[in-house]
Write a new protein. Structure first.
Length: 330
């Protein structure tokens, strides 16, 4: 199929075309890469914009249960929701945890929902680009909400937060020790902390945990992109679908405020700039390790430095000078 046809079909909301497009952006093959760029560039002009929500939490906290309940609630109001996953651990375990077919079964059958399993990639940088492109395709396909799920491992939260309009952290009810365990950096990225499993015997613990997090959030530096009262901590029960409507109302309030105050546009602009710079940096680093000619030149220069023929700094300067005059890496 021609890329222009694929683009038209994605823009018309054809799911099979969307799946095919995402497979294309996930591919590492050089000819696929070229086609993927052609596709994303064509679709950029649709001007469609979804609300991008990032959701992070450790395994077992209830992410899939939450996405199923929350997604169904949104889908029932007529919103179209796409779910993507960033799961850098899947490459290590051999199988994609987030790609498990049994997850979110009801939501995956809903006509307004689209769930895409995590690509099996080991490199977070590669996953980041593929996920961003997949998000762009979902937006072009007319989804109202794109939810990007990630397990709280390594740097994946940071990567997801950098491609979202809203970042939600899902936490488990627990004692004070747990509060210490949540890295400050993640707390600082969160717009909304949801303490899940606030039901049955766990309800009092969840309420207490939520109050602890609310206290911790108040101690953080006020961010310019937040109205009064944000970031916020709340309790929810994904199993009982309790508190989800309130959580959604809070998300809408926050996003509404950011839109009115231009923080939405500024954040998207800053993210675009960030990803542009990141991709250039990544491409240069990739060239260092992948381009045979550059690798050979590096090895040769390194050998001369090791043998004391050249000084490390002068050799590095000469190498950088040389790299500047090479054609751009493919
Ligand atoms: P994930 O690994 O973060 O995707 O977590 P899952 O959604 O698979 O949930 C892990 C476990 O927690 C499962 O046994 C769920 O049934 C349970 N769970 C999820 N949400 C809730 C909740 O709101 N209340 C209770 N009591 N259990 C929950």
């Amino acid at each position: 199929m021609q890329i222009s046809d694929l683009a038209d079909r994605i823009a018309a909301g054809d799911r099979r075309a969307l799946a095919r497009g995402i497979t294309l952006v996930e591919s590492n093959r050089a000819d696929h890469r070229k086609a993927a760029l052609d596709l994303t560039e064509r679709l950029r002009t649709t001007g469609r914009e979804a609300l991008r929500i990032g959701l992070s939490g450790t395994p077992g906290v209830g992410k899939s249960t939450f996405i199923e309940s929350f997604g169904l609630m949104l889908a029932e109001t007529g919103l179209r929701i796409a779910v993507l996953a960033v799961d850098p651990s899947s490459a290590r375990t051999g199988g994609s945890i987030l790609g498990d077919k049994t997850r979110m079964e009801r939501l995956s059958r809903h006509p307004s929902a689209y769930i895409r399993p995590s690509p099996s990639q080991s490199h977070l940088g590669g996953i980041a680009r593929r996920t961003r492109e997949a998000v762009a395709l979902c937006e072009a396909a007319g989804f109202d909400i794109v939810l990007i799920e990630t397990v709280g491992v390594g740097q994946s939260e940071t990567v997801v937060a950098e491609m979202c309009d809203l970042f939600v952290l899902l936490l488990a009810p627990a004692g004070g020790d747990e509060l210490q365990g949540v890295k400050r950096g993640i707390m600082e990225m969160a717009d909304l902390i949801l303490v899940n499993k606030a039901d049955g015997d766990l309800k009092p613990v969840a309420t207490r945990t939520c109050a602890d997090y609310a206290g911790a959030l108040r101690l953080l530096r006020r961010r310019p992109q937040d109205p009064d009262g944000f970031p916020k901590a709340m309790t929810v029960s994904a199993v009982e679908a309790a508190g989800l409507d309130t959580a959604w109302a809070e998300m809408r309030a926050l996003i509404g405020w950011r839109r009115e105050t231009d923080h939405w546009t500024a954040r998207r602009a800053a993210q675009s700039r960030h990803w542009f710079e990141e991709e250039v940096r990544r491409g240069l680093l990739a060239a260092l390790t992948e381009d045979p000619a550059i690798r050979a030149a590096m090895a040769d220069a390194a050998r001369r430095v090791a043998e004391g023929l050249d000084g490390p700094d002068a050799a590095a300067a000469a190498m950088l000078q040389d790299l500047r005059h090479r054609p751009a890496p493919g």
